[in-house]
Design a protein around this ligand. Sequence first.
Ligand code: ZN
Length: 178
Amino acid sequence: MGSNHDDLARLASFFGGQEALSVVQALSDAGTTTDDIIAVNANVKLNAARRVLYKLYNHALVTVVRSRDEKTGWFIYHWKLQPDQLDAFVRSRKKKALEKMRTRLEYEKGHSFFMCKGCLTVRVTFEEAMESAFRCSSCNGQLISEDNTRTVQVLEDLSRKLESELQERPAAFHPDKI
Ligand SMILES: [Zn+2]
């Protein structure tokens, strides 16, 4: 478990949620296998399995070899996970997430925020609140100061977690240990 599981979960959410996670797991269990076997083992529809496989293929996370069925004459596709590519992909996604998080953190630390008690979605910076004389643009209610200490704390924790994951040795992705 641990960070490998987080990696897979993150990857799966990028490629289509639970179905993608099941497909990646079925593929990593099987080594090299065909899309219909992956669909059966992952317990997803064949079309869904193929959709995930094509997405993975477009990111070079799987390889595919084509052969011809001697009886039917149809093509058979043999898929294989590329663990090294997967690791590189996860790392690059994490780097991007970390950059975004740092930018957000700077923004949160560099501003004071005001929000409307009535409509909780309205949140503005001090400068913006000044411009509207501390009135909500949506309901005209009064804007009140918001303490974003908790938000900053969460962002700092998440950034630290990502930083330490990125410091781990690159080839840390072992699908067989999930
Ligand atoms: Zn309001």
